[in-house]
Design a protein around this ligand. Structure first.
Ligand code: ATP
Ligand code: MG
Length: 385
């Protein structure tokens, strides 16, 4: 039986020949993978790195940590920080990948779990695309393997008819696999990972064979704190992971720094004109988010109620990027309070009834009284209606 053409044909869309040592994508893409976006930094690090590398690692653990945290190489090359946070957290995460335990990145939404996972995989294996997105509907095949049914029917079960999952490919090639939102995956499917992580093998019972992981294989999973209890990790599985908790930024300055950095990168990739002096508005967004999150004003004097949303750093980044686009397309190119007011309202008021009350109260008791916040207060009043 001939193989139907639809299966034999290459995937549609942009062919991004990913993988270690492969060229960068020729076609322009909206969001290049970390290993492409930061190919120059990774190459400079590899050239400067004379420390021992674990089997099949592209860089030494030290160089991977430098890639994430930033630094300057002896030849003057500047490595931009990807993750802003405690150095120790990154060191523990990188070291875990060089051991026989897998890495679980845990934290509230928007604490850069996915971001760190992508950059770790890019730095360690040169490929961040061996990814399984966890959902309530993730089947076992997504973690183990599936079948090309046309071949299966035509020739019976064989290695050729088998469609490997990203995890299986990572095992066979000694690479880093990623599982996003592990706790959303149903418990019985999660448990597929136990044999993989403890025995380092994936049985193929239909063929009477197995795929044994080669050195270099490891797995990074991310899970959301807020989803705890959705599909609790079994203790058997949890033991196979070293858990690293990513915290919210410790200080307002750190958070402003993160937002400014990411907004600048995003603005460039969206071809937005640079907006000068945006940092004042960024500081304002971060202040509002932190105060509502912490339930108290920065000076510690006034208690405020917290809304139902998470108001993470990631949301602050979205609000500022949205404001920037407004300023660029409909304003005079300067980021002003009116450009961020609508975004803030949208992020804070998730539950139209309860959150609106919380927001109004914050507006009247905190924003209104604050020096230099008059414009912002007026802009917020205008969008709140
Ligand atoms: N400490 C930080 N350092 C650098 N970037 C950060 C930090 N915290 C948040 N970000 C930025 O926030 C954005 C969102 O992060 P990411 O999507 O990885 O969050 P997440 O923890 O996976 O969230 P979720 O639980 O919703 O999946 C990224 O663009 C990232 O750059
Ligand atoms: Mg995520």
């Amino acid at each position: 039986m001939p193989v139907p053409e639809t299966i034999a044909q290459p995937r549609s869309g942009v062919e991004t020949d990913t993988g270690p040592g492969r060229p960068q994508p020729a076609t322009e893409v909206l969001r290049p993978h970390a290993e492409h976006a930061f190919a120059d930094e990774l190459a400079a690090l590899a050239a400067a790195d004379d420390r021992p590398r674990p089997a099949r690692w592209r860089l030494s653990p030290w160089a991977v940590a430098t890639y994430l945290l930033g630094g300057t190489l002896p030849d003057g090359t500047v490595i931009t920080p990807k993750y802003v946070g405690p150095r120790r957290i990154v060191e523990v995460a990188v070291t875990t990948l060089a051991t026989d335990r897998a890495l679980l990145l845990l934290g509230v939404p928007g604490t850069a779990k996915t971001w760190v996972s992508e950059h770790l995989a890019a730095a360690v294996s040169g490929d961040s695309t061996l990814l399984v997105q966890g959902t309530a509907g993730t089947p076992e095949e997504a973690i183990r393997y599936g079948w090309d049914y046309a071949r299966l029917l035509a020739h019976g079960p064989s290695r050729d008819a088998l469609v490997p999952s990203p995890v299986m490919r990572a095992m066979a090639q000694g690479m880093t696999a990623r599982v996003e939102e592990l706790t959303r995956i149903p418990a019985d499917v999660q448990d597929t990972l136990i044999t993989i992580l403890s025995e380092k093998t994936l049985p193929l019972p239909e063929l009477g064979q197995e795929v044994q992981a080669v050195p270099g294989f490891n797995l990074i999973a991310t899970a959301n704190d807020r989803d705890r209890g959705v599909n609790e990790l079994s203790s058997a599985l949890r033991r196979r992971f070293n858990t690293v908790v990513l915290p919210l930024p410790a200080t307002p300055e750190a958070e402003v720094d993160i937002v400014a950095r990411r907004v600048e990168q995003l603005g460039r990739s969206l071809a937005l004109p640079p907006v000068p002096d945006g940092v004042d508005e960024i500081r304002r967004v971060v202040t509002v988010f932190r105060e509502l999150r912490d339930g108290v004003t920065t000076d510690g004097r006034t208690r405020v109620k917290s809304p139902s949303g998470t108001l993470s750093t990631a949301e602050a980044i979205s609000v500022v990027t949205g404001g920037l686009a407004l300023a660029a397309h409909f304003g005079d190119g300067v980021l002003r309070p009116a450009d961020i007011a609508a975004g803030i309202l949208g992020a804070v008021v998730r539950d139209p009834a309860a959150d609106r009350v919380v927001w109004q109260e914050y507006l009247e008791t905190v924003v209104r009284e604050r020096d230099g916040w008059k414009d912002f207060y007026r802009a917020c009043r205008e969008v709140s209606g």
